[in-house]
Write a protein that binds this ligand. Structure first.
Ligand SMILES: Cc1cc2nc3c(=O)[nH]c(=O)nc-3n(C[C@H](O)[C@H](O)[C@H](O)COP(=O)(O)OP(=O)(O)OC[C@H]3O[C@@H](n4cnc5c(N)ncnc54)[C@H](O)[C@@H]3O)c2cc1C
Length: 438
């Protein structure tokens, strides 16, 4: 057993008792023990989900992080099989020197393979490659009382589809086999460009995403009036020449959790203004390592602590293409007027590569994600944002969520009943209880 575990937002504050397992052949017995003693459990990767989807209804999780070995690799074909507790960073450490990279990566390299599958994560190249599940060849799934099943689009296909984006509810993923993409160098080259408003963002994304592997925008969530929707667009690709180098992870960390959030309206306005002004008005070249490009936040360990003891919530929604521009405008106006939010605000166009998962989050449209220090007033703002998302036919991302209503979830994810039918009844999360029973 280890100390209490929390989700990344540290909200809701529901301490989890971790039960670690380090060996594949001990996993079935560990699951059995937990089910007998607690009634139900949930696999826990590395706790990089923000809300309550990685918290067990029983508050006792089965920690898979100790299962972190590389099992097999074909470096000719770029196919890797590893245990599900291996982080994306650990896969990259083996793959980069051999000229391979993850085909899809979220904004943290500390997510595990199991977590990446369970949330069917997406990255800056969703417009080209879809979600993590699109690059997934097969995995081993341990179900209580059924043993280890191999799942792929051709073998146990229903369980494959339900597990990709299945929030850890269909079984414990023991290992996964993924397809990588070839690279010639590990650095990233691209460009950055300021935009003055949403119309410009949409024009830029239409022009740039087609030509670049990666594209994403930072947005100033506090800008109001004529400046609403201003931000900085970044695009990039793997450099054609250079070294294949695994970058050193950071050692910088936030040492403790302050009693209150260090993010407030004043510090946020100042940061956003500075960040915006630092970017030259004309497009500029971008050359950097893969870590600052893909994982800027990973460079400060435990950064989630800056929100203080109350924690924080992330609001991430995706709005279908047709109504995206007016709806995102409304969302930003509501956020700007509230004066809440943080400097971590991201706008991204999602493409139309279909996700293999039943409950995958992305859909063709625009995704907006931003963090908010936890406080009572957030409820009113989130209710307003939810109404805008609902009206536009959009949905929220379960991996980031701690507030979505059951009715919004069931409307936005109509396949939830198929997942419920395939759920391993011994696996249950706080999130699933909240959105399917309330
Ligand atoms: C800084 C930061 C940036 C991020 N950027 C993005 C982004 O760009 N795109 C994106 O999509 N997400 C993003 N995320 C979210 C993150 O990628 C996902 O929440 C991911 O699922 C976290 O993986 P984890 O290993 O920490 O899993 P956890 O958070 O511990 O668990 C997540 C889910 O996976 C399940 N799970 C974990 N391991 C297993 C297993 N072995 N078997 C079965 N189920 C399992 C859990 O039950 C839970 O439902 C970001 C998170 C952070 C902190």
């Amino acid at each position: 057993m280890s100390g209490p575990l929390y989700s990344w937002g540290r909200y809701p504050r529901l301490p989890q008792t971790g039960h670690a397992c380090h060996w594949r052949d001990e996993l079935a017995a560990a699951l059995e023990r937990l089910v007998r003693s607690q009634g139900s459990t949930l696999a826990f990767g590395n706790g990089r989900s923000y809300g309550d989807s990685c918290l067990a209804a029983s508050d006792h999780v089965l920690q898979a992080r100790g299962l972190n070995r590389l099992i097999e690799a074909d470096w000719q074909a770029g196919v890797v099989r590893a245990e599900a507790g291996a982080t994306l960073g650990e896969v990259l450490a083996a793959a980069i020197p051999r000229g391979w990279f993850l085909a899809v990566t979220p904004g943290t390299q500390f997510a595990t393979l199991g977590g990446a599958i369970a949330n069917d994560v997406h990255g800056k190249n969703h417009h080209r490659r879809g979600t993590f599940g699109s690059q997934l060849l097969r995995f081993g799934l341990l179900r209580h009382g059924e043993g280890l099943l191999t799942c792929s689009p051709g073998e146990n296909p229903e369980l494959f589809a339900a597990t990709v984006g299945g929030l850890g509810l269909t079984g414990v993923i023991v290992w996964a086999e993924i397809r990588l993409i070839p690279i010639r160098a590990s650095r990233i080259e691209g460009r950055q460009q300021r935009f003055g408003g949403l119309a410009e963002f949409f024009a830029l994304s239409a022009e740039l995403d087609e030509r670049h592997e990666y594209g994403v925008a930072w947005i100033d969530c506090l800008a109001c009036g004529s400046r609403t929707g201003r931000g900085i667009y970044s695009v990039g690709e793997h450099a054609r020449y250079g070294r294949l180098e695994v970058e050193e992870p950071t050692r910088l960390r936030v040492p403790l959790t302050p009693p209150v959030s260090l993010i407030n309206r004043l510090s946020l306005r100042a940061f956003n203004e500075l960040h915006w002004r630092r970017q030259p008005a004309a497009p500029s070249r971008l050359r950097c390592g893969y870590q600052p490009f893909f994982y800027p936040l990973d460079r400060l360990l435990n950064w989630n602590r800056i929100y203080g003891r109350p924690g924080f919530q992330q609001y991430q929604c995706v709005i279908p293409e047709a109504g995206a521009e007016p709806a995102v405008g409304e969302l930003l106006r509501a956020i700007g007027e509230s004066g809440q939010g943080s400097f971590l605000a991201v706008l991204k166009r999602c493409g139309d590569v279909p996700s293999p998962g039943l409950l995958s989050f992305p859909l063709p449209g625009t995704s907006l994600a931003l963090d908010f220090p936890q406080r009572a007033a957030l409820g009113r703002l989130f209710a307003r944002l939810d109404a805008i998302v609902r009206e536009a036919g959009g949905r929220l991302y379960p991996a980031k969520d701690a507030h979505m209503s059951g009715s919004d979830f069931r409307r936005a994810y109509p396949a939830w009943e198929r997942l419920e039918a395939l759920r391993d009844p011994t696996l249950e999360s706080r999130f699933w209880q909240r959105v399917t029973r309330q």
